[in-house]
Design a protein around this ligand. Structure first.
Ligand SMILES: [Zn+2]
Length: 274
């Protein structure tokens, strides 16, 4: 997705773009396609790790060019376009390999040697580019992207297995963190705040808290029922304590409630169901 958008942003056709360097403004790119800046940066980093492109910092890049046609065609062109002869012969004489590879050039030096102005040199280079005589990467102070291979058809871009494995391991790590979070029997609010180094009381409204409260009230309900069954015979508080796994406080609270609700009576130190 990012790759396709990138190629269309840089106007790279499928099958071209290999070893070419393009000035790249991330913010403009993102706003053009409505993409999130940090997500896009991460995607580009993945493409870089995957060996599809390299990203460079914002440093000055000189104009680089190479001659895009052969000797014979170049000769023909010069016959019909005399005005370019000095510049073309200077290029081919200064850089013998320029038919095969890119060379960084300094337009100012060219202007001095050819007794032309800087804008004139630039204008001629632009025209030569338009005629398809030269391939040019214009100088820039922007960060650049260099494509390692030609643009692939949309379905052919694949993430290298080792790259995929790294991403997968990372994704699984995150997934297991989420799973731990979901499985932990602790208040979600406490867990989240703990993650951020803060502490909190149980919130009482998350799923863990709610199920705990439900469980507790359920437990309280069944203990009440058990006590009522037990008190079908008159029993002392001590007998109740021995019969149930319940704290003295809780037992007293429950007995008090039952007494107030007039479900049990208290006579001669013993509780009894009415
Ligand atoms: Zn909670």
């Amino acid at each position: 997705m990012t790759y396709r958008a990138l190629c269309s942003f840089l106007k790279i056709a499928i099958g071209s773009g290999k070893d070419e360097t393009y000035p790249f403004d991330l913010r403009t790119f993102c706003s053009t396609f409505g993409l999130d800046v940090s997500t896009t940066f991460n995607s580009l980093k993945i493409l870089e790790m995957n060996g599809d492109l390299t990203l460079s910092e914002a440093i000055h890049q000189p104009t680089k060019l190479r001659l895009a046609i052969g000797n014979t065609a170049l000769y023909d062109f010069q016959v019909h376009h005399e005005e370019f002869r000095p510049l073309i012969s200077m290029l081919s004489r200064s850089y013998p390999g320029i038919f095969d590879q890119y060379f960084a050039i300094d337009e100012k030096v060219f202007a001095q040697r050819l007794k032309m102005t800087f804008p004139q040199i630039e204008k001629q280079l632009k025209e030569l580019e338009k005629y398809g005589i030269v391939d040019v990467t214009w100088k820039t102070d922007m960060p650049t992207i260099t494509l390692i291979h030609e643009r692939l058809p949309d379905d052919y871009l694949s993430i290298q297995p080792e790259m995929y494995a790294t991403r997968k391991a990372y994704a699984e790590k995150r997934l297991s963190a989420v799973r731990n979070f979901l499985q932990a029997n602790e208040c979600r609010t406490i867990q989240v705040l703990h993650y951020f180094g803060q502490s909190s009381e149980e919130c009482g409204i998350c799923d863990v808290c709610r199920s705990k409260i439900l469980h507790e009230s359920h437990a309280a309900y069944s203990i009440t029922q058990t006590i009522l069954d037990f008190l079908k015979e008159p029993r002392t508080e001590q007998e109740c304590l021995l019969a149930f796994e319940i704290s003295k406080d809780n037992l007293r609270k429950t007995l008090k409630t039952l007494h107030l609700e007039e479900k049990i009576s208290y006579l001669n130190g013993k509780f009894h169901v009415k």
